[in-house]
Design a protein around this ligand. Structure first.
Ligand code: URP
Ligand code: ZN
Ligand code: ZN
Length: 466
């Protein structure tokens, strides 16, 4: 097996930055050395002036997700290649079971889509769209035998993915029993559907009404309800794509009480707003239709979320990568905002966008790595194989250059979309080199990986439950 010494860089783990050389042996990290003290008889990769960080882990993606009569436009191949370009070496995608489907069959369908097609490693969470006795039994089997230890449920999307409180409680009781994590999409979908129908009946059809009919208090209410239900069941709980101050306050309160409650947010909720993006003229705002919606810049959501990342009330930044093209996809909702497929594509940009938070003084370097790699690995049973630069860990490594810039936009992106939700954003740094399990997959502005290199990651229980 080939050995490679990464020299001259600053290793950044969740514990902080320290100048070290890193020896890669085959697919794993073999050793760390004080600068200049590593073996001489090996190939070298010069990381002078660069940060050497564990590969990004995006625990919330939706490659090829069927949604609203169409499907997310990134395949596992195009989406994981884009991920690699952006310094992401592991994704955890959501396999979907809908009402009436057998959980194991739905999972098999997701494996069939991904297997042999991924450029970086991948795992699955399971979406439970129909909780019944069989689905509850299947949860045990997935935890015990399939390496799936997390299950997403929806308090939104009645008639599509929605579970009622009784179904949610039963799944939480099962999770309390088998050690799984319940992931929650917390929006009061029943109330939202009433508001959306009322808006349409008034002729309010533009994309901005997607946001105005999903007020942040309805995310706060659902978040509180889920926390109460998880308390009754004694189950750990993880909120996906948290967007609102009201929801964050409920998470912080539960954490202060010592509860196993965790949350992620996404770059779109840290940077983009209801007025500036969703409210763009005409149908343009459809580019940013996602649920929960972008929040108002006249409220405190964005600064609150950055603060939550600093204080660990928000433990993770994921992307909720769910891209749709404007043509033939988002356009399905012209004249009716409820028909716009929900989702934004960001898998390629998360490491850059959160690094910009470091440049802007909002986060430390260590917290960048912790929220984008280490905690995702720990919360979702992949640590220390992933999420850390340490001997024995997979050699998923990014050389990040704080010099130079990254210009985000359609012209340079690799995600399969006909627009960019991030057009015109400039980052003060760039992903320089990416190794996936010891193989260089991106360097010198070239992708040298291949679809099929990525392996399925069987995950264990969460490492962060107290
Ligand atoms: O708008 C979104 N978030 N689309 C993907 C599905 C989900 O709820 O995560
Ligand atoms: Zn969701
Ligand atoms: Zn999602």
């Amino acid at each position: 097996m080939s050995r490679l010494l990464i020299t001259g860089g600053t290793v950044v783990n969740a514990t902080g930055p320290i100048p070290m050389d890193v020896l890669v042996d085959g697919e794993t990290i073999a050793a760390l050395y004080a600068p200049g003290t590593g073996p001489a008889d090996v190939g070298t990769l010069d990381a002078t002036g660069k940060y050497v960080i564990p590969g990004g882990i995006d625990v919330h993606t939706h490659m090829q997700l069927p949604f609203g009569g169409t499907a997310a436009s990134d395949t596992f191949e195009s989406g994981t290649i884009a991920a690699a370009w952006g310094g992401v070496t592991t994704i955890v995608d959501f396999a979907v079971q809908r009402t009436g489907e057998v959980v194991q069959e739905s999972l098999a369908a997701w494996h069939a889509k991904a297997e042999g097609n991924c450029a970086v490693d991948y795992g699955f969470h399971m979406i439970l769209g129909g909780v019944d006795d069989d689905a509850l039994k299947a949860m045990d089997q997935l935890v015990d035998s399939e390496g799936i230890t997390s299950f997403k449920m929806f308090m939104a999307y009645p008639g599509v993915f929605y579970s009622d409180d009784g179904q949610i409680l039963r799944a939480m009781q099962k999770a309390s029993d088998n050690g799984a994590m319940i992931m929650m999409h917390a929006e009061n979908g029943i109330a939202i559907d009433v508001l959306a129908a009322q808006a349409l009946s008034r002729g309010q059809t533009d994309p901005i009404f997607h946001g105005l009919t999903r007020p942040s208090v309805l995310e706060g209410e659902a978040t509180n309800r889920a926390i109460v239900l998880a308390g009754v069941a004694g189950a750990p709980l993880y909120f996906v794509h948290l967007s609102a101050s009201e929801a964050l306050a409920k998470v912080a309160e539960a954490r202060d009480a010592g509860r196993n409650v965790f949350a992620e947010t996404c770059p779109q909720y840290l940077y983009l707003t209801l007025e500036d993006q969703l409210g763009a003229p005409g149908f343009e705002g459809a580019k940013w239709v996602a649920s929960p919606p972008l929040r108002s810049k006249h409220e405190n959501h964005l600064p609150d979320l950055w603060k939550g990342l600093r204080t660990d009330d928000l433990a993770v930044v994921s992307t909720d990568h769910c891209p749709f093209c404007m043509k033939d996809q988002k356009e399905l909702g012209i004249g009716n905002f409820t028909k716009i497929p929900n989702g934004i594509g960001t898998v390629e940009h998360r490491m850059n966008l959160i690094y910009q938070g470091v440049v802007d003084g909002k986060l430390s370097l260590a917290r960048w790595v912790e929220t984008c790699s280490t905690t995702p690995a720990r919360l979702f049973g992949m640590y220390p194989r992933k999420g850390v630069i340490a001997p024995g860990s997979d050699a998923d490594i990014v050389l990040y250059d704080p010099n130079g810039t990254s210009d985000l936009g359609l012209a340079s992106q690799h995600m399969n979309m006909d627009y960019s939700a991030w057009e015109g954003f400039r980052i003060d740094g760039h992903v320089d080199t990416v190794l996936s399990r010891g193989s260089v997959v991106v360097s010198d502005g070239t992708f040298s990986g291949r679809a099929g290199h990525g392996r399925y990651v069987r995950r264990g229980p969460s490492d962060l439950l107290r």
